[in-house]
Design a protein around this ligand. Structure first.
Ligand code: NAD
Length: 236
């Protein structure tokens, strides 16, 4: 496990943290001494982590979850926007409902969580935002995922805008662009392992370590950055 400075006692919120990458991020933050809240459509149950129900597409649900975190743990310093859906759908068969739902979860959900978290970060002159984008948001995706790719491109660019706007307030905002991390989301994509130069899928724990570094005291001079974590799958 990566051990970093600066997370001890800080309050973190991780969205979509029942399983997969979000769960690994929440656990890694907790292991570095952060007081962690994990939110998901059904409240996550992880040792030593506050689990809360939250639909990131619903402003009232986001507000209620953050209010509960503030009550139970204190002011939020670290926000990890991780909740996401990955619908595979040929472009011409993609309904407007599926398009809107994908943007709603992956992009508007990030907007709502950042909007709710930023005022308190600004007041305390400190904050760390990490959004989980995707290599698909840079290159369009290895499957038919136009809505997903567009949503992730939007999320990564929104994060850069936040970085620009909030740097002077002690707040950094960075994105990750992962590809082929071994979770349920990519369970139907085992065929792609032969296209990964390092020869294997990534692990959720490797993503958790990178998030901890970006959320730590070591990373105060890194903002507006998109960091690939993809085993060489996309080198750009
Ligand atoms: N696994 C990969 O290879 C990969 C690659 C690039 C990006 N990502 C991104 O990483 C993030 C995590 O992916 P994962 O592989 O762990 O997937 P996952 O499907 O295992 O986890 C996603 C989580 O988000 C939650 N979620 C979905 N809609 C939600 C909503 N409206 N409100 C709250 N929570 C919601 C789900 O319940 C689930 O627990 C996603 O944003 C995904 O797009 C994953």
């Amino acid at each position: 496990m990566l051990q970093v400075d600066g997370l001890e006692g800080r309050v973190s919120v991780v969205t979509g943290a029942s399983r997969g990458i979000g769960r690994a991020i929440a656990v890694a933050l907790r292991e570095n001494g952060s007081r962690v809240a994990a939110v998901d459509l059904e409240a996550p149950a992880h040792d030593g982590i506050l689990g809360l129900t939250c639909d990131v597409t619903d402003p009232d649900s986001v507000d209620a979850a953050f209010a509960a975190v503030e009550r139970e743990l204190g002011t939020v310093s670290v926000l990890v926007v991780n909740a996401g859906i990955y619908p595979i759908s040929p472009f011409e068969e993609t309904s407007v409902e599926l398009w809107r739902r994908t943007l709603d979860v992956n992009l508007t959900g990030g907007f709502l969580c950042c909007k709710r978290a930023l005022p308190a970060m600004r007041s305390q002159g400190y904050g760390r935002i990490v959004t989980i984008g995707s290599s698909a948001g840079k290159a369009g995706g290895a499957r038919s995922v136009a809505a997903y790719a567009a949503s992730k491109a939007g999320l990564m660019t929104m994060t850069k805008s936040i970085a620009n706007e909030y740097a002077a307030h002690g707040i950094t905002a960075n994105s990750l662009a992962p590809a082929l991390i071994d979770t349920e989301m990519i369970s139907g994509m085992k065929d792609l392992v032969s296209r990964i130069p390092v020869g294997r899928f990534g692990t959720p724990e490797e993503v958790g370590a990178l998030v901890c570094f970006l959320a730590s005291a070591h990373a105060g001079y890194i903002t507006g950055e998109v960091t690939d974590i993809n085993g060489g799958f996309l080198v750009d």
